[in-house]
Design a protein around this ligand. Sequence first.
Ligand code: HEM
Length: 539
Amino acid sequence: MDYNYGSSFTLGMAVLAALAVAAALLQRMLKIEKDPREPPFIPEGVPYIGHLIGMVQQGAKYYQGITDRLALPIYTLRTINSRTYVVNSPELAAAVQRNSKTLTFNPIALAVSSRMSQFDKATVTTLRVNMNSEEGNWGVFPETHDMMYAILAPGPDLEDMNARVLTQLASVINALSPRQDGEDMKLWAWLRHTFTCCSSHAVYGPENPFAMNPELEPAFWDFEAGLITLLVNVFPSITATKAYYGREAVLAALREYVEKERYRTASKLIQERIGLNARYGFSKKMQAHAELAMLFGSLVNAAPTCFWLLVQIFSRPWLLAEVREEVMHCVSQESDGIAIVRTINVKRLVRECPLFNSTYREVLRFTASIASSRLALADTVISSAKGDSYLLKKGSVIQIQGGVIHADASVWGEDVKEFKPRRFLASPSAHPSAVSAGADEKHQTAAPEPKKLHPAAFRAFGGGSTLCPGRHFAQVEILSFVALFVAGFDVTAVDGALVVAPEKEETRIPLGIQKPLTDIDVRVKRRQGNEEVVWRFVN
Ligand code: HEM
């Protein structure tokens, strides 16, 4: 007995000792040296993983909750043995963007895209070479970046893409019935379909994957809806079934697109992308997989932005009347003896319609709660013009929380929660205090000397070296489409009442413009005198 007791006691002691040593080792491994110059650490409920649980469970709301409690311009969240710095102020966002040599996006892009696009090992190795331009401007990442920004900047290549999308959009709208009683439709579903077809035609050409495989569209949107769970990558075929099979279908269609060289009729952007990846030795399969992220980026934001812009304008008669007046100045008319042709001048829409463009930007402020991410390649001190400075340690992730900045009353004014079409009226960077407080939204006017809004405060397109290169194309497709509705159509509820904006879908981790939570039924009717009009765009 004694012997047995003694041996189990000894065994118990040994196990306890082993556990104690393991715990001490673990604690040492997980210990992170805090530097007083770092942004303040936010205590976590559960040691090491409390913030991770919060981020996964609450997503964007977790960050907003911390800001509501503490209102810090920047803070640190400890995540196991690493840290995430969360940036909430435009001044510090600009400072992060300025330090683009050490605070870079590409390692994060590589991690996400290799998972999303299922790159093989050889491709990941190729992508990694000189990824951060350490040895000059070569390598897949640096060259793709420069090529895309050049092609999508104002110039002949962009004009070509614009012309392609405008022809498509006009033909969809011209096909709308001239019947007296109009056409009823589910607005979100219709816009999503229209933009999937027209934008992919403009970017990927007439033989784009959706044109060749009409059943692909629902598969693509299944993939889009479940992307975050898919990226977590824990038994994705079970945990994110629809997204998983959606991605499989899109990847198969992209492989066929590359295999059959259907990109030969695509925009210069896609021809150059595929050519560049081929030069760097990507297999045909990987050239196709690399297009998944581009397809995603070019499709997911235009349709919801267009939805909100249409709904915000058509739900306010005063706004519709004023925007219509602006837009009609950009419309010319001729008759070919058979039909009346009305042409919308797109350049004038962008330059000469201040309220329309201000409403567009307010829609983006209101619905884009996107975070920009960077990885610290070296210890970096960032300082704002206000004189505060912070140390960001090597190996940490930095997140600029666009949604939190877009909802910050100290940046936008006390009316930050309201949708104010005139908010951006005084100038693209005018401070919203330009809008006289107290007046109703119709009668607000731009003040004579508006306080400047910080250039990094408007975050719908990100900022710095990763500022969305597609923003010019997006502006043209969205403004043109909505302008045509404003000029030639009435959009109401099916009973003729004003349309009412639905709630926004509160996805936990928004990857783009928030979508409507529910679709709305609308009646689209040609305006009197426009029944037989053929619409065109000139770019
Ligand atoms: C309303 C529409 C759009 C919105 C709100 C939007 C927003 C964004 C945002 C937030 C980023 C990341 C910026 C960052 O991390 O700092 C981005 C990147 C990007 N966008 Fe857009 N985008 C839109 C339309 C488009 C379109 C139509 C295209 C292509 C034709 C496009 C192509 C891209 C590309 C290629 C990148 C990656 C840039 C890089 O890797 O550096 N976007 N966009």
